[in-house]
Design a binder for this molecule. Structure first.
Ligand code: NAD
Length: 497
């Protein structure tokens, strides 16, 4: 701790503010973390570990503003989000620049990060139909029943580093448009984009106190899991953190949504369109330097498709590694030197366990960015299910390749892997695709295309988001006509009608 403080005092980057009760305020903490540009490892800013008092002030502000915000008309809430989506559109380039600076991904990919988040904000503008309840008239004589979809209170979000715009935008817009107030803890490694998004939300007319932002690590997470005013937590990140937050938050009676790690398999059948498949595999394995939960990080080549491996390697080799803001870049740096070290270690573990290193990106040199966290595209062949590079999520530009004799063999490989985020099959045979989608035990399946964040987004934000951030109140009303007065008490449950 003392070292962190000392380092920060020595280097002093600009400070990231807290957002409490409608004001961007400097933290009074003595504990700060450095934020680095992943392409150079230079310190570019500092982020505070918010104090207990600051976190309490943030959640109190959420609690106090809940009463008026939850009573604000749905049409008024919709108007704010209509203005918000326009502001995001108008500022997409500025948001993307802040993402590339802190997270490292290419500018083009950073714009995609904002764009996918923007789509969720656009979706919130349909709140007038999303919040509809249901009715069942005449459930019995003179009795009608109907449901209201209502907000649940103060909600919280805990975000990862890999999508600084999209993932916070999965969280607070959906939560808030439903009438909840929101406490957000962005990743301590990439907070700048979230702060810009908060300012834009304020400019769109969001009342003070409805969104509060705290920064920090474990203490902030524990605070969110424990504070009784917080009714629901949305988490996206690693398994280690997600399992912990799920357990601690739900023990405290909160609704918890934990979206965690991945090892997504792409099954390549020999009848697939070779050109399209190889290009899609390379894009999905190495885009964002493999730091996507939807990356296709594992390929299973079935039968004759095994002979495509040399061409896959050639295509991956052609990708250009550079800082995210440089022209023509395909693969940017990893988030930190620790992430680079971890990825390199997992590549080496494959070699040590007998896999074949077909393309080794560990010694890539990027001129002018010698201190960056770069790892070039890497392909490991002859991988078996026991190897560490297969059992662990690598979260880097590394594609591990397994081989299978048949579709059935490929399905059993995928089903025996403990991760189940997403999978893809590449084939031109409808029956093969159908069998795969039915037999594979994975939540999201993509046919003839890479895993796509759109699928995840549809599921999480469009279909389920409204359910997560609302609760149902069921009302039963019995308006009896004057001539049907109840004359005796009914003490038994009715057996009819
Ligand atoms: P992370 O788990 O390290 O961090 C996520 C958040 O949890 C951060 O805000 C961090 O401060 C907090 N945190 C970290 N460690 C913690 C701990 N031990 N206890 C409590 N809180 C902790 O994740 P990351 O490295 O920022 O993001 C990468 C991970 O996120 C990958 O595993 C990736 O697959 C996953 N991810 C999943 C999805 C999905 O939708 N399933 C989407 C994006 C990323």
């Amino acid at each position: 701790m003392a070292t962190t403080v000392m380092r920060s005092l020595l280097k002093k980057g600009p400070t990231t503010k807290l957002f409490i009760d409608g004001k961007f305020v400097e933290s009074k903490t003595s504990e700060w973390l450095d934020i680095h540009n992943p392409a150079t490892n230079e310190v570019i800013a500092r982020v505070p570990k918010a104090t207990q008092e600051e976190m309490l002030a943030a959640v109190d502000s959420c609690s106090q503003s809940y009463h008026s915000w939850s009573e604000t008309s749905i049409l008024a809430r919709q108007q704010i989000f209509l203005r918000y989506q326009q502001l995001i559109k108008d500022n997409i380039k500025e948001l993307a620049r802040s993402i590339t600076l802190e997270q490292g991904k290419t500018l083009a990919d950073a714009e995609g990060d904002v764009f996918r988040g923007l789509q969720v904000v656009e979706h919130t503008c349909s709140i007038t139909s999303l919040m509809l309840g249901e009715t069942l008239p005449s459930i019995t004589k003179d009795m009608d029943t109907y449901t209201y979809r209502l907000p649940i209170g103060v909600c919280a979000g805990i975000a990862p580093f890999n999508f600084p715009a999209m993932i916070p935008l999965w969280m607070f817009p959906m939560g808030m448009v439903c009438g909840n107030t929101y406490l957000l803890k962005p990743s301590e490694r990439v907070p700048a984009c979230t702060m810009l998004l908060a300012k834009m939300l304020q400019d769109a007319g969001m009342p003070d106190g409805t969104l509060n932002i705290i920064h920090g690590q474990h203490d902030a997470v524990n605070f969110i899991c424990d504070h009784p005013a917080i009714k629901a937590i949305s988490f996206v990140g690693s398994n280690q953190a997600g399992e912990y937050i799920y357990e601690r938050g739900s023990k405290n009676g909160k609704r918890v949504q934990s979206n965690m790690g991945a090892k997504n398999h792409g099954v390549v059948m020999p009848d697939a369109n070779k050109e399209t498949t190889l290009n899609q595999l390379v894009g999905a394995a190495f885009g964002a330097a493999g730091q996507r939960c939807m990356a296709l990080s594992t390929a299973i080549l079935v039968g004759e498709a095994r002979s495509w491996l040399p061409e896959l390697v050639e295509r991956a080799k052609a990708l250009r590694v550079n800082a995210g803001d440089q022209a023509g870049v395909d693969v940017g740096p990893l988030i930190s030197p620790q992430a680079k070290e971890r990825v390199n270690r997992l590549i080496q573990s494959g070699v040590d366990e007998g896999a074949q290193l077909l393309l080794d990106g560990r010694n890539v040199k990027v001129q002018g960015y010698e201190n960056g966290n770069f790892v070039g595209p890497t392909i490991i062949g002859n991988v078996t299910p026991q190897m560490k590079c297969y059992t662990e999520e690598i979260f880097g530009p590394v594609l591990v390749v397994l081989e299978a004799e048949s579709l059935d063999d490929a399905i059993s490989l995928v089903n025996n892997n403990p991760y189940g985020n997403g999978t893809a099959i590449f084939t031109t045979n409808g029956a093969t695709a159908r069998k795969y989608t039915h037999k594979v035990d994975v939540g999201q399946v993509s046919v003839c295309g890479p895993m796509c964040v759109r699928t995840l987004q549809c599921l999480l934000c469009f279909l389920k988001g409204i359910q997560f951030y609302t609760q149902i109140k069921t009302v039963t009303s019995q308006w009896k006509a004057e001539d049907s007065t109840v004359k005796t008490p009914a003490v038994s449950m009715p057996t009819m009608g």
